[in-house]
Write a protein that binds this ligand. Sequence first.
Ligand code: GLC
Length: 463
Amino acid sequence: MLKTLQTPGDTSWFTHDRFGLFLHWGLYSLPARHEWVKSREQIADGTYDDKYFKHFDPDLYDPELWAKAAADAGMKYFVITTKHHEGFCLWDSKLTDYKATNTPAGRDLLTPMVKAFRGRGLRTGFYHSLIDWHHPKYIIDGQNHPRRGELKFKDEVDGMLAQAGASGGSSPSAAKGDPNAGRNQQDYIDYLHGQVRELLTGFGDVDVLWFDFSWNSQKAREAGVDFTLGKGREAWGSEKLYKMIRELMPNIVLNDRLDLPLGDGWDVKTPEQVQPRQWVQVDGQPVVWEACQTLSGSWGYHRDEHSWRDTDELIRCLIDNVSKGGNLLLNVGPTGRGEFDERALSRLEGIGQWMRRHSRSIYGCTQAPAQFKVPTDCRLTYNPTTHRLYVHVFAYPYKHILLEGLAPQVEYAQFLHDASEVRLPDAWHNKQLGGGGDNLYIELPQMKPKGVAVPVVEIFLKR
Ligand code: GLC
């Protein structure tokens, strides 16, 4: 089995639990056309707030229902956007007025959420956006800030920054009409660190901290320019932030987007909206990883998106991740009234139906040792503690599945959903099929079991 590098965060529960719920909830659930709407449509602060801050009123919000939906789906942890790029905070931060308590919601929305999910036995994760399109001191960049259009031509700005030797945080150009005049990244850094401190001191044990995101930092560093070409560790004060996090919560599981190196910088690699081809590696080294994925394409609630993934494919996606040693963080974007919509609920329910009988092939499982060849149209997971191998049948075959090289090791096999025996053909049949030696066929019923999205054969291996 692959071994990953030991990092400071406690990833033992994380690689056991495998399946979490991502939640993107903020003002952008009102426009309901992508959480990046403020950037995409370059909406001014005033307009954004008049529409969405003033009308944010999730009157049907009941975190108990969210927690129940997640627990029933088999999810073991959740990660909530405490603040997304728009800058709006779900909790009663002492460092800003831009928070739920000052909207018609009129209350801290985070505390009851944490309580509800914990009550259902799920671990707590906080997503926190490094990017902030609302903070008045945050340096406006040419890439994604809603006010990027007010910047001079990019080359010109880059030149100015280079000339000013931009570094360390203060706004290098203060020309008249420059939207960055008076802005100072260091003030934003202080705010960011202060808010992270609030999050790690005001809500009990936090199990996951999930930052988002850095870009082009290497390029910017080489050019000696920090803030227009990219935002990375200098723009977030990442090193200092990292120290503070480890002081406050030494074992917290930290993701990889602070622009710091593996090990003393992050625990978990977080590929996004992709299905990795193999166990995720960094510099040739397998790492702890978690793919985050949406149900339909955007993270925030999107009313008109019609590209919803179907339940069976989502189940296969979870299995595929675990078969490569990874986790799945599956996203729901609750509505502006504070509910999971029907499309999300039906998927969570479907996943839950499968998980109720099959979680044994997910929890505590990982990629199977290389000696076990993956049968055609299948995925393997393996539990090193119970020494059981799980064959997930993605495309149901005509009666037989070949287990190459496994014959000497198989003690017993059964379907996982109903514990019905899966027979090992006798030597004569096995030979006729082309088995024999160490190769072994197992015999499935001719019809795919009804109502089972992905049938799983549980193989008890000899000790
Ligand atoms: C991206 C997006 C964002 C989303 C995140 C989840 O980086 O900026 O909207 O929150 O991915 O991974």
